[in-house]
Design a protein around this ligand. Structure first.
Ligand SMILES: NC(=O)c1ccc[n+]([C@@H]2O[C@H](COP(=O)([O-])OP(=O)(O)OC[C@H]3O[C@@H](n4cnc5c(N)ncnc54)[C@H](OP(=O)(O)O)[C@@H]3O)[C@@H](O)[C@H]2O)c1
Length: 164
């Protein structure tokens, strides 16, 4: 199973100036719970935004740069290579962004784990539109904002019903 994990706002916004748009500790815990123990694939910009390898997961970073080296991460030159290496490690693999990598992988993954944040924020990076002819929402759990989590949000799971 290949899964995209993404947190997006009401207009599919996911980032601004190489940062996330919100601070939602419950979502960070959810992300950790879903991905821990499995390989995670990300674009070079997302890796730089996180700034260090995510613990307890093989971190696979996609870049076209030659001679770019980072301790503790596997660097590959294409999406195809990233998926090939990840699948050698585990059957369940996760694609964790950013916008550029989501665009190139949304048509090949089996499942979307979406955090839909009830906010409309300025952004420069977006998730592609989720086509409901292709995807069926199979789960949805609402979380109300509280003193630590600044917006209401939903955890949603989408399963592919049709290949693109
Ligand atoms: N809300 C969320 O769930 C979420 C999740 C992740 C990220 N984000 C946000 O998304 C933003 C970053 O996304 P982004 O779209 O700017 O960048 P990105 O997708 O993280 O990374 C893009 C980089 O990946 C490499 N790349 C992409 N396609 C490639 C290919 N086919 N072959 C080889 N290398 C390839 C290139 O790296 P080189 O330039 O090194 O060649 C490219 O510059 C940030 O704001 C981040 O905070 C949000």
């Amino acid at each position: 199973m290949t899964t995209i994990v993404v947190a997006m706002g009401e207009k599919n916004e996911i980032g601004f100036e190489n940062k996330l748009l919100w601070h939602l500790p419950k979502d960070l815990k959810h992300f950790k719970d879903i991905t821990s123990g499995h390989p995670v694939i990300m674009g070079r910009k997302t890796y730089e935004s996180i700034g260090k390898p995510l613990p307890n997961r093989t971190n696979i970073v996609i870049s076209r740069k030659k001679n770019w080296f980072e301790e503790g991460v596997l660097i590959v030159g294409s999406v195809k290579e990233a998926v090939k290496f990840a699948k050698k490690i585990d059957e369940n693999i996760f694609i964790i962004g950013g916008g550029n990598i989501y665009e190139q992988t949304v048509d090949i993954v089996d499942r979307l784990e979406v955090t839909l944040v009830k906010a409309d924020l300025e952004a420069d990076t977006y998730f592609p539109k989720i086509n409901l002819n292709t995807w069926k929402k199979t789960e949805e759990v609402f979380h109300e904002k509280d003193e630590k989590n600044q917006y209401d949000f939903y955890f949603q799971t989408f399963e592919r019903i049709k290949s693109e």
